[in-house]
Design a protein around this ligand. Sequence first.
Ligand code: PLP
Length: 468
Amino acid sequence: MTADPQNLPVASPIMAEPYRIKTVETLPITTRAHREKAIKEAGYNTFLLHSRDVYIDLLTDSGTNAMSDKQWSAMMSGDEAYAGSVSFDELKDAVEEIYGFPYVVPTHQGRGAEHLISKILIKEGQSVPGNMYFTTTRLHQELAGGTFVDIIVDEAHDPTNQNPFKGNVDLKKLQSLIDQVGPANIAYVNVAVTVNLAGGQPVSMQNLREVSELCRRHEIIVWSDATRLAENAFFIQEREEGYAGKSIREIVKEMMTHFDGCTMSGKKDCLVNIGGFLAMRDPSVFQRACELVVVYEGMPSYGGMAGRDMAAMAQGIHEMVDDDYIAHRIHQIRHLGNQLLAAGVPIVEPIGGHAVFLDAKRFLPHLTQEDLPAQSLAAELYLESGVRAMERGIVSAGRNKATGLNNAPKLELVRLTIPRRVYTDRHMDVVAASVIALYSRRDQIHGMTMVYEPPTLRFFTARFEPMA
Ligand SMILES: *Cc1c(COP(=O)(O)O)cnc(C)c1O
């Protein structure tokens, strides 16, 4: 597809899914009484609901992708050899062709790659700056002895700010950290594209260029959490001067030139259900990764993945840079978000790359953050309509390592995450109507208290009770 409006591929003002359906999966349609029982049994934590009780599942876009006919074909021809698998070669070739990194180590999923790179690059006491934290990323950095430092632009913390690149690194924050601790005490700079917890907000190419120049000047390694790089590339194509005529494939490749390597959760943009990898340019980092991957994941040529899964991921990497696919994906998210905006529902703006985020602080202004507004709203949305969303607020942010107090993030959000190629725009209409109905009776929504709190990544398994 070209970006020239005079030369649209299909002469229609409406954009529909650029694929048709070959296999169908029936959805469970439930009653309110059924949902009341189900959410109570789940401790009011949407993570603990059974999927058989969920109508439209927007918990996550992680591993929930629908694979293509070509990916399913690749599964059948996957090579399960313990060593030297053809499917590994296909994955390696796809990563080299699309990302431009010569070395790749497969891992069972993204956090497997985060574990390896944290162990390789972080020394006890070092800082690891990044553009907003991500749950598993920060945990692995801390387990390796590092301290995460947030260097994202201030606009990222403001859900109404219209900056087109709210995921950008604030170069002044990065420079002042370098001045303060010295470049030797920075393990590496980690740049996520797009930024999940900021609302799927992108980073501009110019910012990537500037971050990498600054880091090279100080001989600091720059890594990318490239989990959603194709979505980020779409925003660069749409918003950044000089990129309108470039393909997603070209933009992805250029983005990655600014990094020494990346971690990747294949469960997101690579369009598979499981898998991930660590990719890099430096042969000595690759060697270290090969030494560690055999301890924690598996042989360097499969790293915790089946041959068939590597084959499907290799094919998915080619599909993720298809311009029509990614244009519809972003369109579908906006199709949901724009209906909410039109009804006055507070959401994070601009609408991001993988989800619509409800702003629970503005949705439920009668609750304090300690009343867990986002957790409460996610439970209430499920009760209302069987739509499952996720809390991304004070519960997800966990506790401060030193003080033991709750981290109180500025953003208190409910994430409506859109799985790739799974639902139609019509499903988005149902979700929009449900959220709007809830918004019109928002003053009746109560807060929650946490009655069970696990020691780490508490949002996954914590249990709650509604306040009277
Ligand atoms: C999902 C995700 C990860 C972790 O990947 P898993 O495959 O879930 O282990 C890391 N970073 C970002 C931005 C993610 O969205």
